[in-house]
Design a protein around this ligand. Sequence first.
Ligand code: SF4
Length: 205
Amino acid sequence: MENISGGFLSKKLLLHICCAPCLMYPYAASAKKFGLVAGYFHNPNIHLYSEYLRRKNTLEEFSAKVNLKVIYDKEYKMEEFIRNVVFREKNRCFYCINSRLEKTAALARSSKFDYFSTTLLYSKHQNHDYIKEAGYNLQERYGVGFYYNDFREGYKEGIRLSQNYGLYRQNYCGCIYSEKERFYSFPNNNKKIKDRYSGRGNVFK
Ligand code: SF4
């Protein structure tokens, strides 16, 4: 499978979206290269459900503004996610990344997209090399091109755009374990939690 270096204006891209703030730069960059970009919101790793809904609603509002079609899962399979990482919490991110990418590759193939990719490639907090490797492995398995781009190049631009749109920007990665890691650190945990609910805490993205 060939890699993309220039524009592929006759091609269709299915872009996995972890959240609206992380979408800003990857969408701007991909829309210039592909004839069609559609999003896929598949994130059973986002906990609690109220937080999942908040991120989903933020994406729905943004996608309506820019006329971006997004496919949403009909179910929220938090239990399946937890079952697959419990007792292996330290390695949970490998499952989390790979399972979301695999669903995206499978949907891209069944819906006849030419390429798939993910906004996870924008994050400075994720294991970028692992995402890249997993994407290329899935490309071979599913016969759909993996569009690799180091979206971190547009990190500041993405933040600027998300602020311009007034998007909700979360302050932890997604799973309950990441929420604990973000806020549970003695002796300052009480202050961090207060800041989180008052909106003063540092944003994660
Ligand atoms: S820390 Fe983030 S990437 Fe890792 S398992 Fe949790 S939600 Fe997934």
